[in-house]
Design a binder for this molecule. Structure first.
Ligand code: FES
Length: 177
C-alpha cells in the first residue's frame, strides 16, 4: 500500500510573502512572453491610420519607360514590417501615362463583382458579365453600376507612387471596402 504524504506549507508570514512574490514574478514573466509572441499578429489586426498600411504611396517600377497613352498593366510590391514579421503583397493596377507628370491609375477590379478585366486594344473588357469601359473609365456596356475605380497616385522625380485601395463592388457609389 502506498502512503501519500505531503509536507504542510509553512504558514510563517515571511514564507507566505516569498511564495506570493514568486507567484507574481512567474505570472509577469509568462505574461511578457505571451505578449512578445502574439504581438506581431495582434498588431497586424489593429487598423492603422495616418502613415499606416492604407495611407502609404508605394513606388511602381518602370514608370519612366512606359509608353504614352497606352493602358498598361503594372505590378508593385508592398513590403511591410511588423515587429519581426515581414509581409509582402503584390498588387496589379492599370496605368495610362499621359505625360511624365500625369497619369490615370485604375484598380484592376471590375466594379460590378470584382473580376479582373483586360484591355482589348479598344476598350477595357470584363470577361465575367460583359461590362466594357472606355479609356476614361466610363462604363459603355454591361451591368457595372459605376465607372472604373481610380486610385490615388503621385509622381515625384519622374517616378509613380500609388496608394492601394479596394472599393465595395456592385453599388453605384465608390465606397472603400
Ligand atoms: S464582374 Fe465585371 S461585369 Fe461582372
Amino acid at each position: 500500500m502506498t502512503n501519500h504524504t505531503s509536507t504542510p506549507r509553512s504558514q510563517d508570514p515571511e514564507d507566505i510573502k516569498k511564495r506570493n512574490f514568486i507567484k507574481g514574478l512567474t505570472g509577469g514573466v509568462l505574461g511578457l512572453l505571451t505578449l512578445s509572441i502574439t504581438w506581431p499578429f495582434v498588431s497586424y489586426l489593429i487598423p492603422t491610420t495616418a502613415g499606416g498600411r492604407e495611407e502609404r504611396f508605394i513606388k511602381v517600377p518602370n514608370f519612366p519607360d512606359m509608353p504614352l497613352g497606352v493602358p498598361t498593366k503594372m505590378n508593385f510590391q508592398d513590403l511591410e514590417e511588423q515587429a519581426f514579421l515581414k509581409m509582402s503583397t503584390v498588387y496589379d493596377i492599370w496605368v495610362i501615362k499621359h505625360s511624365p507628370t500625369e497619369a490615370t491609375v485604375y484598380s484592376p477590379l471590375c466594379p460590378h463583382l470584382n473580376c479582373r478585366y483586360s484591355w482589348d486594344a479598344k476598350q477595357f473588357a470584363c470577361p465575367c458579365h460583359g461590362s466594357n469601359f472606355n479609356l476614361a473609365g466610363k462604363c459603355t456596356a454591361g451591368p457595372s453600376p459605376r465607372p472604373l475605380d481610380s486610385l490615388p497616385y503621385k509622381i515625384e522625380g519622374g517616378e509613380l507612387f500609388v496608394q492601394w485601395k479596394q472599393f465595395k463592388a456592385g453599388i453605384p457609389d465608390k465606397v472603400e471596402a
